[in-house]
Ligand binder design. Structure first.
Ligand SMILES: Nc1ncnc2c1ncn2[C@@H]1O[C@H](COP(=O)(O)OP(=O)(O)OP(=O)(O)O)[C@@H](O)[C@H]1O
Ligand SMILES: [Mg+2]
Length: 209
């Protein structure tokens, strides 16, 4: 089957808090736009008014939140973003770059909180309308380096501490090991420019740009 020339592509950027996801997602968009592509960045949790309301609840709730409620809210926010923004863009032939997506749930609620990765995979499949990224960058840095980069004001999940962040990092590594073709491991402790160049090389090669 030949691929339609107008079919959009979906790239996601993952990694622990402060690894450089937003910095690099913005670079990817900038480079794609320079090439004349229609490209849109989205962030998780969030991205449209309903998802942003869920984001506030998730990141700033004062009361103790059940781990499963957290997982389901994350996935609810993802379903909204996927249905209203990501899928329509891709169907229109645009490129979408997501600053976090389904792998974040496996890493944070699976690795971090200890919920069943198998169950989360199933709920993710439902919440993403079975959409899978064409390419995912796991930007990997140590928890110490992450701490040295993070801003002083932290949200509810960023406050979980070093052991939690380490479990999240370990789970991301497992995802890379189980799907090495899709989940590309990038050493995020290089300079911003080195990380940018490495990511772009992968994109160029994968999509023949
Ligand atoms: N390769 C790098 N080397 C040094 N500093 C970096 C690098 N990449 C990003 N930074 C800096 O680290 C901080 C965190 O980067 P950024 O906001 O892109 O990370 P993030 O993964 O999006 O974080 P969060 O999970 O909190 O959204 C920023 O101040 C950014 O300028
Ligand atoms: Mg960010």
């Amino acid at each position: 089957m030949t691929e339609s020339i107008s079919s959009g592509k979906f790239i996601t950027v993952e990694g622990i808090d402060g690894c450089g996801k937003t910095t690099q997602a913005e670079f990817i968009i900038e480079t794609l736009v320079d090439l004349g592509k229609s490209a849109k960045i989205v962030r998780e949790p969030g991205g449209d008014p309903i998802s942003e309301s869920i984001r506030k609840l998730l990141l700033h709730a004062e009361e103790a939140m059940s781990d499963r409620a957290e997982a389901l809210l994350m996935i609810a926010s993802r379903a909204q973003l996927t249905d209203k923004i990501v899928l329509p863009q891709i169907i229109n032939g645009a490129w979408v770059v997501a600053d976090r997506y389904a792998d974040s749930t496996l890493a944070y609620q699976g690795g971090g909180r200890g919920l069943s990765v198998k169950s989360l995979n199933e709920i993710n499949e439902f919440g993403t309308y079975t959409l899978k990224p064409d390419l995912t960058f796991f930007i990997d840095i140590s928890v110490d380096v992450a701490n040295s980069r993070m801003r002083v004001e932290r949200d509810r999940i960023e406050k979980e501490g070093n052991d939690f962040q380490q479990r999240v990092r370990d789970q991301y590594m497992k995802l890379h090991e189980s799907e090495p073709e899709r989940v590309i491991l990038i050493n995020g402790e290089q300079s911003v420019e080195e990380v940018r160049a490495e990511i772009w090389n992968h994109i160029k090669e994968k999509f023949n740009l």
